[in-house]
Ligand binder design. Structure first.
Ligand code: OSB
Ligand code: MG
Length: 368
């Protein structure tokens, strides 16, 4: 394959409800959509998941566009590629900027799957036909509101519930959730809101039979997480701290976590995500697929990745209708009884809805 043309579209999508974490609130999602065309006319799609502000990691929508335009596209355009694994190798001279890299690499994987006449899931080595999904619930204005929401998600069949916490909105919240739902597979996500000074609070969480505590400490830390893990019964799951297989290797070696959240954007693409999956499988570390409030293209990539065998814990890939009034793909992603069926057709298995995409596009540029 040889990439000859790339169209970047900046989309703005209204969310059904704002999503609040310890680092901030997303009211409407803005994202970059990449339409990548190879010399034979095959089109692959990628989604850049960075937010407008650098709260979650340092990347933003604008930095991804800049890195794509000025560095990644000049490396990729008009070069012969045999396999998508080559793309991350081509990008190694560019440090980090993982979400920018992942957006274009995902589109190359899509083209590769289509041209080798297989589903993206199959191309990645995935074999599951159904994947289990959970739901991530943002910080709410009251505990009652949270309990009502969770009741609804449990009724919809979601396989586990993740509750966002932050200092001051943690023990009281989780104790109410646990009292109301004694058997619910439950976890919390702090998005780096705590330090080792908060060890008392974090140890109190051990009392609530949580599946894991996601990213309690700083994004750039694995040393304090190792100290914390030694003093907790509940496994720590790393999210923000993991940007590569090397990060995972070091975290596992130090004992910083018992679970890894893999996000394609955060680790620089599907090839690196697959490598992390394979390493964790060998080390007996369970993994699951995290989410970035993706629109349909990102969701499709998450589903394909989650079909790999060691994604043994439910992921955060909710159905399209959870966040969106209308998603940008057809059919939309449907969750039934907590499962998503992995598409078996060629490519990502969903078709971009061009009319909806055009309607949501606020700017666009074509590169050749
Ligand atoms: O930490 O996993 C996170 C959303 C935005 C930024 C970071 C995170 C999240 C979520 C929601 O938890 C995941 C999703 O439903 O897409
Ligand atoms: Mg997280």
């Amino acid at each position: 394959m040889r990439i000859e043309e790339i169209t970047i579209r900046h989309l703005k999508m209204a969310m059904k409800a704002p999503f609040k974490t310890s680092f901030g609130t997303v009211h409407e999602k803005e994202l970059l959509l990449l339409e990548v065309k190879d010399v034979t006319g095959t089109i692959g799609w990628g989604e850049a998941v960075a937010f407008v502000a650098p709260w979650y990691t340092e990347e933003t929508l604008k930095t991804t566009w800049h890195i794509l335009e000025d560095f990644l596209m000049p490396i990729l355009l008009h070069k012969d590629i045999v396999h998508p694994d080559e793309v991350s190798a081509m990008f190694t001279p560019i440090r980090r900027n993982c979400m920018a890299k992942a957006s274009i690499e995902g589109a190359v994987w899509d083209i590769y799957a289509q041209q080798s006449k297989q589903s993206l899931a199959h191309a990645l080595g995935g074999s599951k036909e159904m994947i289990e999904v959970g739901i991530s619930v943002g910080i709410q204005s009251s505990i009652q509101k949270l309990l009502d929401l969770i009741k609804g998600y449990v009724g919809m069949g979601y396989k586990r519930v993740k509750v966002k916490i932050k200092p001051g909105q943690d023990i009281e919240v989780i104790s109410a959730v646990r009292a109301t739902f004694p058997d619910l597979p439950l976890m919390v996500d702090a998005n780096s809101a705590y330090t080792l000074h908060d060890i008392d609070v974090l140890q109190q969480l051990d009392a609530y039979n949580l599946l894991m505590i996601e990213q309690p400490l700083a994004a750039d830390d694995i040393v304090d997480h190792a100290k914390l893990q030694k003093q907790l019964k509940t496994p720590i799951c790393l999210d923000e701290s993991i940007t590569s297989l090397e990060d995972v290797r070091k975290a596992v070696e130090l004992g910083s976590c018992g679970v890894i959240n893999i996000k394609i954007g955060r680790v620089g693409g599907l090839t690196e995500a697959k490598r992390i999956h394979d390493f964790c499988k060998e080390k007996d570390i369970p993994v699951w697929c995290g989410g970035m409030l993706e629109a349909g293209i990102g969701r499709a990539h998450n589903i394909a990745l989650t079909s790999l065998a060691n994604f043994v814990l439910p992921g955060d890939t909710a159905g399209s209708s959870h966040y969106w009034y209308e998603d940008i793909i057809t059919p939309e992603v449907v969750v039934e009884d907590g499962y998503i069926r992995v598409p078996q057709s060629i490519g990502i298995g969903y078709t971009p809805k061009m009319d909806v995409i055009e309607k949501l596009t606020i700017s666009k540029k074509v590169y050749r």
